[in-house]
Design a protein around this ligand. Structure first.
Ligand SMILES: *Cc1c(COP(=O)(O)O)cnc(C)c1O
Length: 452
């Protein structure tokens, strides 16, 4: 595996426990063959999510000690607002404790029953928050977003024809905003090009519809623009981000991703009247507008994290680490969604285990085997997650999300090695059936059994 070495050295370490195969076999049975039910301490490499799992820097931890825990007007809030405005450029900045609260505040204020929100592809919490507020969540990404083997530099792009058709079909007055998710998490962490953002803006100008960004992985997206989009190579990632956000009217953000912290989020907008209505609601559910459900120290860690995430040494290492794992697997003929995303590698379980049909959960069979073979935790994104209530997902994927600044290149080689060993004996893997499931969001708590 080849990639830029980690642009940091390690000052504090956290022990991870090694377990034996016998122990893991027992633990996965106790967990009902569901990796969500495992204890984190029994996992060697945890690739369940990149959300809230980042390692903070010495600079961020120093910022924690500079927390001002005044109820109102704490100094960290002003630093936080200054940094967010420098990067994102929006007039109003509202802190929240997670990204989904920003979504809830926005949609509960803007949506009325019967309205619709187009997005390239909605992330689960975005979709759920649109629906919970009576809205229709519509995906308008291009076909290529659903083709795992097709290489394309900007698979996250909005399909503009599809978007315009959607606006005409639903009616302009029923669409209070359009969202672009950067990078497109549900579509494999794939980026959106600057040109596509510009064109989306132009189209929305024609109809007078506001554009918001779901900005969780904005730095990774802007890095891909710098690497892949003609004419962008000479610009800094910060300049690209500033231009990108200038085409929008606001954004929602989960700081648990590209702000390199363990908790936090925010909501931005230029519309002062909208901001005022949302701040009134914020006081009811999150807290006073200068802390929004966070401690002062958290705001300081976010402000510092947002500066660090734009360092290009960091982004080069970050994206190359993910790509390194993807390339390692591809070299061994292991089927993955191409190209590698910004934050994760997705195994194509349908192609990996063609002998296991979707109703026997090939992705989950692979998740179980990753744990048994090497103590690695991943997450199924396929028939177990989306197949309830008659759903038929287009792909059977297993996501290996890479936490930021947490694992070394040796850890990544280990993961590739574990997957390689399973690949060699893939025909011996068997499917699963559901022993118990809850009425909704079943993948979190379902219990399964192996088919013999
Ligand atoms: C994580 C995420 C969210 C929700 O953020 P939380 O902080 O987990 O509430 C929204 N959109 C996208 C694209 C995400 O990845």
């Amino acid at each position: 595996m080849e990639f830029p070495a980690e642009p940091f050295r390690i000052k504090v370490v956290e022990r991870v426990k090694r377990t034996t195969r016998e122990e893991r076999e027992q633990k996965i049975i106790e967990a009902g063959y569901n990796a969500f039910a495992l204890r984190a301490e029994d996992i060697f490499i945890d690739l369940l999510t990149d959300s809230g799992t980042s390692a903070m820097s010495d600079n961020q931890w120093a910022g924690i000690m500079h927390g001002d825990e005044s109820y109102a007007g704490g100094r960290n809030y002003f630093h936080f607002v200054e940094v967010v405005q420098r990067i994102f450029g929006y007039t109003h900045v509202i802190p929240t404790h997670q990204g989904r609260v920003a979504e809830n505040l926005l949609f509960s204020t803007l949506l009325e029953p019967g309205m619709a929100v187009p997005n390239n592809i909605h992330f689960d919490t975005t979709r759920a928050n649109v629906q919970a507020n009576g809205g229709l969540a519509l995906d308008c990404a291009g076909e290529v977003a659903y083709q795992p083997d097709v290489e394309h530099p900007f698979k996250g792009n909005m399909d503009l024809e599809r978007l315009e058709r959607t606006i005409r079909d639903v009616g302009v007055d029923k669409i209070p905003l359009v969202i672009l998710t950067i990078t497109n998490n549900s579509g494999g962490g794939q980026p959106v090009s600057l040109e596509n953002v510009r064109q989306t803006r132009e189209l929305l100008n024609k109809y007078g519809i506001p554009l918001f960004f779901d900005a969780c992985r904005f730095a990774e997206n802007c890095w891909f623009i710098k690497q892949r989009e003609p004419g962008q190579q000479h610009r800094s990632v910060l300049e690209i981000a500033q231009e990108l956000f200038s085409y929008g009217d606001g954004c929602t953000m989960s700081a648990k991703k590209d702000a390199l912290v363990n908790i936090g989020g925010f909501l931005c907008m230029n519309d002062g009247e909208l901001a005022q209505r949302i701040k009134n609601k914020l006081i009811l559910i999150e807290g006073f507008p200068t802390y929004g459900g966070l401690a002062g120290r958290d705001l300081e860690a976010i402000a510092r994290g947002l500066e660090e995430v734009l360092e290009e040494d960091y982004l080069a290492y970050r994206t190359a680490q993910v790509k390194g794992l993807a390339d390692d697997l591809t070299e061994h003929g292991i089927p993955i969604l191409r190209p590698a995303g910004g934050h994760a590698v997705y195994l194509n379980a349908r192609a990996f285990l063609p002998h296991i049909p979707p109703e026997e959960f090939p992705g989950q069979a692979l998740v179980v085997e990753l744990y048994r073979e090497g103590g690695v935790r991943a997450v199924e994104i396929g028939s177990l997650m989306f197949g309830d209530n008659g759903g038929k997902p287009e792909m059977e994927l297993v996501r290996l999300a890479i936490p930021r600044r947490v694992y070394t290149s040796a850890h990544m080689s280990y993961v590739a090695h574990v997957i390689g060993r399973i690949w060699e004996r893939r025909e011996s893997l068997r499917g699963l059936r559901i022993a118990w499931e809850p009425p909704m969001l079943r993948h979190f708590s379902a219990r399964l059994e192996p088919l013999s």
